[in-house]
Design a protein around this ligand. Structure first.
Ligand code: GMT
Length: 381
């Protein structure tokens, strides 16, 4: 198949999923064309079967807001025609599904077919899409898509309830490449890599996000402050975003900044995650929680919140511990108990990796997308 993929190319779960999907599809012999305003950050170099088409957005004195969605629609239609795409797959509804809808119409006027699949990821439904200024057009473009997938049952139900969408929505969960995200088997090698971050007797906690308010990074720092009072530990923070500076201030105010590593954006998180004992994901909302899945694949269970689609990933007490949002004291107590009980922690580590490999490996999930594309192509007029 020849597949066009559009996503937000910067840091963010939907961009990660879209990029990893494109890489896996190309590896399986499909031709993949990324269409976006910049190269998705996990696309490095030139892989066989992967093409990247930049969307130029020109400015003009009249344009207070340059219309990216229109430039994107034009480029989608051009790329689809020049490279004979079979379909477009857009990640994150706003504005990508609207642009795809326009591209489909542009090509229809030229007698060509361009079905498109929209994958709903999270705040496109739970936050931004609910904004009155976007709701009607988001609902319309979802309803008009040739196929719609959501990354959890939670998000599917939310889309039906809040948007009144009546078309079928296929749940295809987030996935991880279990050969790239994996534990470090050689204990000596793991200990050597950990020694760059912590002393041998110290626990390592990790958090990975885009530091937006929904991630509640302040809770990460507060939970760690409790933990660090009871147990020798270090915290590794991976990512960057609007709440980073507040987290740095909080770390200083709580007197624990010397034990916190603010690493910023990192390309090879698969090399950092296996060094940790626990992941902290105290989000206000997660439609799935890709960061926790990536950690689980590396044998790292999470202390997380019981929100959105997280319970579809984390089995409370088995592959992680779930708490209510903002319950910093209980999250810290849970982390301390686990870190103080190596047998229980080890059982949870093993269970976390097992869940990732048996249910969420790319080898299991990517074929579901391919099958879905085939059904969309068979049904599209
Ligand atoms: O945070 C977002 O809403 C945007 C989105 C993104 O682009 O980063 O994240 C969502 O998509 C991820 C990949 O499908 C999910 O694993 C995240 O749980 C989800 N984030 C939220 O729901 C907050």
């Amino acid at each position: 198949m020849r597949i066009g993929i559009t996503c937000y190319p910067t840091y963010g779960g939907s961009g990660v999923v879209a990029t990893e999907l494109g890489i896996e599809l190309a590896a399986a012999g499909h031709e993949v064309h990324f269409i976006s305003y910049s190269q998705p950050f996990r696309l490095s170099g030139r892989d066989d079967g992967i093409f990247y088409h930049e969307v130029p957005v020109s400015s003009y004195p009249l344009f207070e807001f340059p219309p990216y969605d229109l430039a994107l629609a034009s480029r989608m239609a051009e790329v689809a025609e020049f490279y004979e795409l079979d379909l477009l797959h857009v990640h994150y509804a706003i504005p990508h599904s609207v642009s795809a809808l326009l591209a489909r119409q542009m090509l229809a006027a030229r007698g060509r077919r361009l079905p498109f699949v929209t994958t709903l990821h999270g705040t496109d439904i739970t936050l931004v899409g609910l904004d009155r200024s976007y709701l009607p057009i988001t609902r319309f473009s979802i309803q008009e898509s040739d196929g719609v997938t959501s990354i959890s049952r939670y998000l599917k139900e939310k889309t039906i309830a809040d948007f009144g969408v009546t078309r079928p929505i296929e749940v295809i969960p987030n996935f991880v490449n279990c050969d790239v995200y994996m534990p470090i088997k050689d204990e000596a090698a793991r200990a050597a890599a950990r020694s760059r971050l912590a002393k041998p007797d110290e626990a390592i906690l990790i958090h990975l996000s885009n530091f937006r308010p929904v991630k509640r990074v302040a809770d990460v720092v507060k939970v760690f402050a409790h933990v660090a009072r009871e147990i020798p530990a270090q915290l590794v923070l991976v990512g960057d975003g609007p709440d980073r500076s507040a987290a740095e201030w909080l770390a200083h105010d709580l007197g624990i900044h010397a034990r916190i590593h603010f690493l910023g954006k990192q390309d090879r998180v698969n090399e950092l995650l296996p060094l940790a004992d626990l992941m902290l994901m105290p989000s206000e909302l997660e439609s799935f929680g890709l960061a926790a899945l990536e950690a689980m694949a590396c044998k790292v269970p999470s202390i997380a919140t019981r929100v959105g689609g997280v319970p579809e990933l984390i089995d409370d007490g088995v592959t992680g511990l779930l708490f209510s949002v903002g319950n910093v004291d209980d999250m810290a107590a849970g982390a301390i108990q686990l870190l103080a009980d190596p047998v229980r922690l080890q059982a949870m580590r093993v269970a976390a990796r097992k869940t990732a490999t048996t249910r969420f490996c790319s080898t299991k999930i990517v074929p579901q997308y391919v099958q879905y594309y085939e059904s969309v192509l068979a049904n599209a007029g």
